[in-house]
Design a protein around this ligand. Structure first.
Ligand SMILES: [Cu+2]
Length: 69
C-alpha cells in the first residue's frame, strides 16, 4: 500500500473534494481518499494496479491537477 498527499490548487469547496473522491475511488486499486478543502490537499491510499501516474492523469483530466507530484 502506498499513501500520497497531493496539493491541488484548484480545490475551492467541499464539492471539489466530493468530485475528486468519486473519480479517484473509481480507479481500480485506490482504497481510500480523504480531502481537506482548507489546505487544498487530498490523501490517497492505493495499491497496484493503481499508480501515482494514473491518479495524476485522472485528476488532470477533470481539471484538478496536483502541483506537488
Ligand atoms: Cu468546489
Amino acid at each position: 500500500m502506498q499513501t500520497v498527499t497531493l496539493t491541488i490548487p484548484s480545490i475551492s469547496c467541499s464539492h471539489c473534494i466530493h468530485t475528486i473522491t468519486t473519480e479517484l475511488m473509481s480507479i481500480t486499486g485506490v482504497k481510500k481518499v480523504t480531502g481537506d478543502e482548507q489546505t487544498r490537499t487530498v490523501t490517497v491510499e492505493f495499491d497496484t494496479p493503481a499508480t501515482l501516474e494514473i491518479i495524476r492523469d485522472v485528476l488532470t483530466e477533470i481539471n484538478y491537477e496536483p502541483s506537488n507530484v
